[in-house]
Design a binder for this molecule. Sequence first.
Ligand SMILES: Nc1ncnc2c1ncn2[C@@H]1O[C@H](COP(=O)(O)OP(=O)(O)OP(=O)(O)O)[C@@H](O)[C@H]1O
Ligand SMILES: [Mg+2]
Length: 166
Amino acid sequence: MLELISNDAAATFAFGRALGEVLQSGDFVGLTGQLGAGKTLFSRGVAEGAGVPLDDVSSPTYSIIQSYRGRIALHHVDLYRLTSEADLFSTGFHDLLEGEGAFLVEWIDQVKGAAPDDVLRITLEVTTPETRKLKVTTSGPKSEALLDRWAVSPSPRGGEGEHSPR
Ligand SMILES: Nc1ncnc2c1ncn2[C@@H]1O[C@H](COP(=O)(O)OP(=O)(O)OP(=O)(O)O)[C@@H](O)[C@H]1O
Ligand SMILES: [Mg+2]
């Protein structure tokens, strides 16, 4: 497990942007964390890093799934309002999984079975109103390779939240 410290909202966005820059079709990122932890802010960073115009990116709490086209196809999903796997089936999520694109899923633990075996999982913890701890785990070759490409350093020097090559 890797722990990242974010000292302000901009740092969380920057962590996301760095991840988005190296995201590839077929990657799956799952986000967890309490209301207001920063999942959507992080996701907006990922989308920007993946070349998606930021104006297109909001929180898919009501739409459940928003698909963007940047450097790659990016499916941004929010499972907050779902309660069962049957709900999830009706959104077309499983059909999307068969196709192209990377997945970025907020509230990944809300629906059992939503996460594939190989997932880069990021849990955002609220440490103070302005700071967050990001706990990152991998669970297979794809997520390990993604974490490697992300190349975030656990204690960034200088500007917090900037990523530096390992
Ligand atoms: N270090 C930080 N990292 C992330 N967000 C921060 C930080 N400090 C303050 N914030 C604020 O916390 C809020 C995070 O909101 P955001 O919508 O991203 O959370 P969320 O996890 O998506 O919540 P929800 O589950 O309700 O959708 C923003 O208002 C942001 O400015
Ligand atoms: Mg959100």
